[in-house]
Design a protein. Structure first.
Length: 309
């Protein structure tokens, strides 16, 4: 049942007809507010301030949107994120930025995309922040990794990359990244991939997630590891295996979305986990929101309750 629900939601996330119509409905607008405080960066900053006071909970910001079709739009996205870095500093927040490369024009011009990444990575360093590159579907992995590796080679050390445990190629990608001393966010994966590309069963994806995390923690390569999951059971399993090797909870971050398992976020922070909350904002939220439901189909019950008065 989990697999069927997940595949149905992933199909819905990419359906153009639904994307154009469902966001108009008030019940969808109410439901998405669980996962994002508003559509502007000011909304995100306002939500972050109280989080920062709660047991080392700090924030990361991402403006929703992907697969731009006009290169000048990428210029505007990059300019927006430069302003986000400045806003983080001006407000005294402990925040970082996370970006999909198709927001910066990867479908249109690789060199222009890289130039935007350089601008953002440079501003991240100037403001003592970080520039994170999100991973998209499997067709983008090679190009995304190449841009990240190029940034690291050219001295942009405050950059991070996301990898997905459900992709069969990811163990090899991690081995490729570890010598860089890279910052890596590990997530399960939220795109509809073919069987020869991605693991299908929940058990296999979870096992791969734990194995990859423990491999990175035990590598001794100085990787900054973020566990991008709301599955507390997996986090505690990884923490237990790390502890058996003499590695403490301070060696990794637990990275969760705003509004999901907030009580667990606070509990884990009190217990010595480093907790980072990702705050998304913007009006292009439909595909992102439905993929979040696919990651945890139990959230569909919450969405359905928004149908009620």
């Amino acid at each position: 049942m989990y697999g069927i629900a997940r595949r149905a939601l992933l199909w819905a996330s990419g359906n153009r007809w639904l994307k154009e119509r469902l966001p108009r409905y008030r019940f969808m607008q109410r439901a998405v507010r669980r996962f994002m405080p508003g559509e502007t960066v000011a909304d995100a900053f306002d939500a972050a301030a109280p989080l920062q006071a709660q047991h080392r909970i700090v924030s990361e910001y991402t403006k929703l949107g992907e697969n731009l079709t006009v290169l000048t739009e990428a210029d505007a996205v990059a300019d927006h994120y430069l302003g986000v870095y400045d806003g983080i500093k001006e407000r005294g927040l402990d925040g970082e930025v996370s970006v999909k490369l198709t927001q910066l024009g990867l479908d249109l011009d690789t060199e222009a995309t890289y130039a935007h990444c350089v601008r953002l990575a440079t501003r991240a360093a100037e403001t003592a922040s970080w520039f994170w590159i999100d991973m998209e579907d499997s067709s983008y992995v090679d190009r995304t990794l190449a841009i990240f590796e190029r940034l690291r080679r050219e001295g942009h050390e405050r950059t991070g990359i996301c990898v997905q445990s459900y992709l069969r190629r990811t163990p090899a990608d991690v081995e490729r990244l570890l010598p860089l001393g890279a910052a890596i966010r590990l997530v399960k994966g939220a795109y509809d991939e073919k069987d020869d590309i991605a693991l299908r069963s929940r058990g296999e994806v979870d096992a791969a997630f734990v194995s990859l995390a423990v491999t990175m923690l035990r590598s001794g390569k100085g990787v900054r590891l973020g566990l991008g999951t709301h599955d507390v059971r997996l986090v505690e399993q990884i923490a237990g295996q790390a502890a058996a090797s003499g590695i403490g909870r301070e060696a990794f971050e637990v990275q969760m979305l705003y509004g999901i398992r907030a009580n667990e976020q606070r509990r884990m922070a009190r217990e010595g986990y480093r907790v980072r909350v990702l705050i998304a904002y913007g009006d292009a939220w439909y595909p992102w929101y439905v993929r979040r439901l696919a990651e945890r189909p139990a959230n569909v019950l919450f969405a359905l309750r928004q149908l009620l008065p």
